[in-house]
Write a protein that binds this ligand. Sequence first.
Ligand code: PMP
Length: 432
Amino acid sequence: MEKQSRNIPLPFQQGQGGSSVREDFPILEKHIYEKYPLVYLDNAATTQKPRSVVDAMTDEYYNVNANVHRGVHFLSQQATELHEASRETVRKFLNARSTREIVFTRGTTESINLVASCYGEAFMHEGDEVILSEMEHHSNIVSWQLLQARKGIRLRVIPITDEGELRLDEYEKLFSDRTRIVSLTHVSNVLGTVNPMKEIIRIAHEHDVPVLVDGAQSTPHFAVDVQDLDCDFFAFSGHKIYGPTGIGVLYGKEAWLDKIPPYMGGGEMIQNVSFEKTTFNELPYKFEAGTPDYVATTGLAKALDYVSSIGMDNIEKHEQDLTQYAIHRLSEIDGMHVFGPKKNRDAVISFLVRQPGIPETDTSFEHFIHHLDMGTLLDRLGIAVRTGHHCAEPLMHRLGIEGTVRISFALYNTREEVDRLVSAIERVKQMF
Ligand code: PMP
């Protein structure tokens, strides 16, 4: 990945000269209920957008807008150039070999559905197996269940430890002569667990099985190199990495993308069409039916430029510092239960807090403040968190809970915001 530094200090460097990255995100100036400065800790759901992303998209709509690929006229060619330059930006960001391996989709969900549907169509038959895990997001469960309903495939599930780590010993045992693909999340969107993906992929390849990585929660937080990982497919969403909504990426090794059939039919994805026979376009267009969201691809590229200019390593360092600080501060709260592993964890923290007056010996989550109550009351104090099952109901069942309160960090969050969260949790506790 190309690393240029533009010398904009992260929030922790505030006061050391220069402006803070926070100034790039106008929404962070907001006061909630016209009273409390916003503390935005729902970044795993979606991140806020820097000015450069929104400005580039506005500029394209005002000054360039025209449909891509098919036009001979000036604007269409300019729009096409921008769109294809964005593909190159994504290629560099993931360190893919070629732009032929970069398919634009609407997001992680669509990317996973594409693989389940198209790889499943070509390579999976009744009784064949996909290996998933207990910590998957619904998008990486239900997509395979749809294939299960169509073709009678089987889902094999890697269990997790009580701490929330994958049981690699059990993973190895799940391989059989019917295993056709492994599809796993890089980082848990609930527990923050960072899975040892290189090792997981190495093991799968020893069994000649390809791997799809759900990178929705890894790409925003640390550098990803698909060649180094050696994954076969990799999915991520633009809106979780400071880009616009409605745009995402599926990376696929060219050899696989060549072998699997198209996802949707329509314009762009064809070479020639007749009622007798249709031939398909070359990669990656074979998977991009219809008018692409070419303005969103510009926004995505700007977002990737933005994080690259700060440096993914700097972002990782800052967010790791914040996560460790938050775990430390949260653990000072009486009755606090933080889920997830102690090490190898990312900028996502799920927790529940025991109701005051309930003895510590009572470990039943029934006597914890309901996640929805906690989230609603924190909101009244200007703190945006997420509550519920986080689209991971099987994981909730495994943990024996209905839901959690989840905070998740981005590059613009600060220790002061963590302090405000901790004070607010103490205030909420007093209301019970
Ligand atoms: N996988 C994981 C791990 C996620 O966190 C999410 C979003 N919460 C998704 C998949 C789905 O992403 P999207 O809604 O952007 O398609």
